[in-house]
Design a protein around this ligand. Structure first.
Ligand SMILES: [Zn+2]
Length: 251
């Protein structure tokens, strides 16, 4: 079946050559070429709200459909990614961790990475006014599947409230930190009122997936333009069956 490729980015910017931990970096020059490619070859870059509409109303999926997602809420989204995206008027979503707003990405230091600045509340408002979507990356950047349901629910709900206060708008979309999720996580984000949630499971999204466990494909530092194109068109089937709520879960 024709699907939607949801691309996962983290940091976009200028980085020194690196051998390790490359999965969460994307050189801004490469990023610009990737967006140019999507534009030039007629890809349909959708917002998540549009994806929801297509999937729930069983509308035909436009050919070459892509969604652009950016995890963690780094300041370099505003300085490096946003200008490129605005050049093509591409929609995109930034998943923010409320407890990290205006701070530095200290957890990266554990792996020996630099600790870049995270977006401030003012910058998040600025991004919203530029037309970008703001989603929740949970209250804290921790693995949800290791926590009891009540805590997962509390964190999902409180992060939604905190972000809605900042942007003065509804926050409908969620992203599981590290992709960590179990069936309780799906129930928790549903109960908190989210419409979608994304994982790190690698596949193309189709209406067969639960909207609260949508798969993504990561773009990393090593992806040249041919590598990027390869990822767009391959790895469409999940390696393991994705989690799905049953009718009971949805009650
Ligand atoms: Zn993250």
């Amino acid at each position: 079946m024709n699907g939607v490729t949801i691309l996962m980015y983290h940091q976009v910017g200028k980085f020194p050559p690196m051998e390790e931990h490359r999965a969460t970096y994307c050189d801004v020059g490469r990023f610009a070429r990737q967006m140019w490619y999507l534009h030039t070859f007629g890809y349909n870059v959708l917002s998540l709200d549009r994806l929801v509409e297509i999937f729930t109303k069983h509308l035909p999926i436009p050919p070459r459909s892509v969604v652009l997602t950016f995890d963690d809420g780094y300041q370099n989204f505003l300085t490096h990614a946003a200008p490129v995206l605005k050049r093509y008027n591409f929609p995109a979503i930034v998943y923010v961790v409320p407890s990290l707003i205006g701070k530095k990405a200290e957890w990266l230091a554990l792996d020996g990475h630099p600790t870049p600045a995270m977006l401030t509340a003012d910058e998040i408002v600025q991004l919203r006014s530029m037309g970008f979507d703001i989603g929740s990356h949970n209250l804290v950047h921790e693995r949800m599947a290791e926590k009891p349901y009540e805590q997962q629910f509390h964190e999902a709900l409180e992060s939604k409230k905190a972000l809605e206060k900042i942007i003065d708008d509804e926050v409908r979309h969620f992203c599981y930190p590290y992709g960590s999720h179990n069936i309780d996580s799906l129930k928790a984000v549903q109960q908190a009122g989210y419409t979608t949630a994304v994982t790190c499971q690698r596949a193309a999204a189709t209406p067969d997936f639960d909207l609260l466990a949508l798969p993504r494909k990561a773009i990393s530092f090593g992806d040249t333009l041919p590598g990027f194109i390869f990822k767009l068109h391959t790895k469409n089937m999940p390696k393991t069956p994705p989690l799905k709520r049953t009718m009971d879960d949805k009650a």
